[in-house]
Design a binder for this molecule. Structure first.
Ligand code: NI
Ligand code: MN
Length: 228
């Protein structure tokens, strides 16, 4: 079996693992970093970290088209059911793990906010630690640096996707600290250069990671893929 993660752009990822196809944080139509249209996406599972538009914008369309199982925080899950009529939902909360066909998904905290596009309360924002047969991946979602990343590190992270854009999330300095705490084998930066407030130089950040840590930093362009 193989597991491949494609960086769609901004904070959206498409994962192919065995027979499973998983979409994380569906932001497509208005995402300046991708040409991929919601109608072109074929997935069986969607994970969403929090309720902000640049993570959830196209979720209802993709879920409706594909009948994919949507895994999210309780409040987002209920909103998707009650306000949007989705039925293939799996609600969870921090510390919980769900076994899915491709592996296990654990919901972990993130330090951010999570209001939904229509102003509804979306609960708290999350990250995901996913155990695939080939390794363990941490999708941090939108987050500040927080010391409980020490606990997340204990899962043994093979690959981490961390925001470096600053302004809405941790910036390059704090993301470097996060790498030192998490100690993943490899790290890929995300959530940068989509709009002016989050402009960053990912190559410069990669150089710092590679010089100061044992982690290998890989910068993925939109549409590029990394194999576990
Ligand atoms: Ni956000
Ligand atoms: Mn965001």
């Amino acid at each position: 079996m193989t597991t491949r993660v494609t960086f769609v752009g901004h904070s959206t990822f498409l994962i192919e693992s065995g027979e499973s196809r998983i979409l994380i944080d569906p932001f497509l139509a208005d995402n300046p970093a991708t040409e991929l249209a919601p109608a072109d996406v074929q997935v069986d599972t969607i994970l969403v970290t929090h309720g902000h538009g640049d993570h959830i914008a196209d979720l209802v369309e993709v879920a409706s088209n594909t009948n994919a199982l949507v895994v999210s925080m309780v409040e987002i899950s209920r909103w998707l059911g009650e306000k949007h009529g989705l039925t293939n939902l799996h609600e969870m909360n921090f510390g919980g793990t769900v076994q899915l066909p491709f592996g296990s998904v654990k919901m972990v905290p993130a330090v951010h906010t999570s209001g939904l596009p229509d102003g509804s309360y979306g609960g708290l924002p999350a990250g995901f630690v996913i155990r695939f047969p080939e390794g363990t991946v941490y999708f941090a979602g939108d987050t500040a640096l927080f010391l409980d990343m020490e606990l997340i590190a204990r899962a043994g992270i093979d690959l981490a996707f961390l925001p470096i854009g600053d302004n809405y999330t941790m910036g390059p300095d704090d993301a470097l600290e996060a790498v030192k705490i998490l100690n993943p084998k490899r790290v890929v930066p995300c959530h940068y250069n989509t709009w002016p407030p989050i402009e960053q130089d990912p190559a410069a950040w990669a150089e710092r990671v590679n010089e100061q840590t044992d982690t290998e930093c890989i910068v993925l362009g939109s549409g590029q893929t990394i194999e576990l």
